[in-house]
Design a protein around this ligand. Structure first.
Ligand code: GUN
Length: 300
């Protein structure tokens, strides 16, 4: 029988740890963890994500600040806001929701965030620390950090001898996910849209992580029997069976046909999704501990 990981439940336990760490920090140092989230423009999906992040930060007891900027915001205005938040000692984490409107240079903005406040783990300093195996002083991108919690719960800390395949090579997910798996001693393959025999490569994986953004692309015959399958895709597709104009969310994995083949699988929704927000809160409370000179909690 396949084990379907309950991401909401795992995320809730991470959030409990965040809440108690935040309360302990406040008691010890009088410091309240502060998170600033910036959103530019009116993309409805981005607004939904950002509201959930701000709401969860409040629920964790953080100072939660949301900056909602109009689509015509200039590069200089956005850079000035990031600079002000960099200089604000009550803010420990800064997140600029991506994608930014096309006229803005995202990379310049992301790289202007102080690495110690870069709770998305996207700065070259944090990406470099992860690439060199320094998981103690850097911050790791939230979604791969969350996916890795599932991997550790299934396989433990040491993935020696296991083959892991990540489909997708983005800076936000694929690359850091591969680094985390490698750091845990897995033998890692990064596959992507230009990979030859993608199905064959996936079939070799004991741990298969899909982050391609193609609805239900990973089929049953792509999966090694007994594999752990982590689905990072969130795709909205038409669902005429629910009525005219209705939609539903599916992952990058064909859940119904893959479930009988896999040993462990994450659902969409309710798998990796809730972990992204939970790990953002974890990164922020970690950053606040470091800035107060305290050892941060560990999120397993
Ligand atoms: N857009 C979609 N996912 C993310 C994320 O994890 N961080 C940021 N900053 N933007 C996103």
């Amino acid at each position: 029988m396949v084990e379907v990981i309950d991401g909401k439940q795992v995320a809730a336990s991470v959030i409990e740890t965040v809440k108690s760490a935040n309360a302990a920090l406040e008691a010890a140092k009088g410091v309240r963890t502060g998170l600033a989230v910036i959103i530019v423009g009116d993309d409805p999906a981005s607004h939904t994500y950002v509201s959930s992040k701000s709401r969860m930060a409040k629920e964790c007891g953080f100072k939660s600040v949301q900056h909602t900027l109009p689509v015509e915001t200039s590069q200089e205005e956005l850079a000035a806001l990031v600079a002000a938040l960099n200089a604000d000692p009550s803010i420990h984490g800064i997140l600029v929701q991506l994608p930014l409107p096309r006229h803005l240079d995202s990379e310049a903005i992301i790289q202007s965030i102080l690495p110690e406040k870069d709770v998305d783990g996207l700065s070259v300093v944090n990406a470099g620390k992860l690439a060199t195996g320094d998981l103690k002083t850097g911050l790791v991108s939230c979604t791969p950090a969350g996916a890795m919690v599932f991997v550790r719960r299934t396989h433990g800390d040491d993935l020696s001898g296991l083959n892991a395949t990540v489909i997708g090579r983005s800076n936000l997910f694929g690359k850091p996910m591969a680094q985390l798996l490698l750091n845990a001693n897995a033998t890692v393959t990064i596959a992507h849209s230009r990979t030859k025999d993608l199905a064959g490569i996936c079939r070799n994986a004991d741990i298969l992580v899909a982050a391609v953004g193609r609805p239900e692309m990973v089929k049953a015959d792509w999966v090694k029997p007994g594999a752990t399958v982590i689905d990072v895709g969130i795709n909205r597709i038409a669902a005429p069976e629910r009525g005219e104009g209705k939609t539903r969310l599916v992952g990058d994995v064909a859940f119904a046909e893959v479930s009988p083949v896999a040993a462990v699988i994450t659902p969409v929704p309710g798998g990796v999704g809730p972990m992204t927000i939970a790990m953002l809160m974890a990164n922020t409370v970690i950053a606040a501990h470091r800035s107060a000179g305290l050892t941060p909690p560990v999120f397993q």
